[in-house]
Design a protein around this ligand. Structure first.
Ligand SMILES: [Zn+2]
Length: 298
């Protein structure tokens, strides 16, 4: 049995998978916000509850909203800030009496979809989460590419390629730079662009719904979004040349992206043809916790 834990800022979800990938148990608890020791204890209790119900013991993988510094083993870049600077993998391993694997939650998403999701069987998979941010993860031959700096797949803070005049320098980003891909392709980025084009201050999915109904500002906004997406993902295709790009997160529900972005990315890719497939995640929101479980491969 494999146990996956998704350590979110507001809730902690636990899942048990059988050897065939079938879900044996799933439960969630509120996250003890701001308290590291309580967080460790909550994960231990969640694992105990899963093992009690299933009557089996399992390997444990944990998805976190940050990364593990390869240099120190400490958590970094977590927006659940009480985890930062802590040796979470060591503390969980000690408390659970077994080795525990940790990975960034976008990496867990990519691993889940590459293992038994929308990209199952593909050799090179780039997973993208587009919601409040733009996370990414890279899986090659079934294995995560974490990288020397633990930022493998993190494309969101590259500058938007081939910016047009009105995209330079681009919106300010919390990372300290301007014109990051995330400032254009995230949900807030899409909303801001709609407002700029003369629309209202509404969430990204409402802009997409208005575009479906033919509202002119929303249509123009989505068309710009798709051209930007094609340029941003085209530069990824040039470097890692994935077989499949899987989209997750709220904006992955915009159905038109899967036809329109591939129709636009040809000129951005250094190839006479592009056989990369752009697909929607199969496991949706469950991919984070499933990928955490798959951190222990067969
Ligand atoms: Zn940035």
């Amino acid at each position: 049995m494999r146990i996956g834990i998704d350590l979110g800022g507001t809730k902690i979800e636990g899942l048990a998978l059988g050897d065939d990938g079938r879900e044996l148990d799933r439960r969630r608890i509120p996250a003890p916000r701001g308290n590291y020791d309580d967080t460790v204890r909550a994960v231990v209790d969640l694992v105990a509850a899963i093992e009690h119900v299933t009557g089996a013991s399992g390997s444990v993988g944990v998805g976190i909203p940050g990364a593990i510094s390869p240099a120190t083993g400490f958590i970094k870049n977590a927006n659940s800030t009480w985890l930062n600077g802590r040796p979470l993998a060591d503390d969980l391993s000690r408390a659970l009496g077994r080795p525990v694997r940790l990975a960034n939650d976008a990496n867990c998403f990519a691993l889940s979809e590459a293992t038994d999701g929308a990209a199952a069987g593909a050799a090179v998979v780039f997973g993208v989460i587009i919601g409040t941010g733009t996370g990414g993860g890279l899986v090659v031959q079934g294995r995560l590419v974490v990288g020397a700096n633990a930022i493998g797949g993190e494309w969101g803070h590259n500058p938007l390629p081939a910016p047009e005049d009105d995209e330079r320098p681009g919106p300010p980003c919390y990372c300290g730079r301007f014109g990051c891909i995330e400032t254009f392709l995230s949900g807030p980025g899409l909303s801001r662009d709609y407002l700029r084009l003369g629309g209202d201050d509404v969430p990204a999915m409402e802009v997409a719904a208005r575009a479906d109904r033919g509202e002119p500002h929303a249509v123009a906004c989505l068309e710009r979004y798709e051209r930007r997406f094609a340029r941003a993902i085209g530069s990824i295709i040039n470097v890692v040349d994935p077989d499949v790009i899987v989209l997750g997160g709220g904006l992955s529900n915009i159905a038109r992206l899967y036809d329109r972005v591939p129709a636009l990315w040809g000129p951005c890719v250094f190839s006479d043809r592009v056989d990369t497939r752009l697909v929607q995640a199969k496991h949706g929101d469950a991919s984070g916790v499933r990928g955490a479980a798959w951190l222990w491969p067969a």
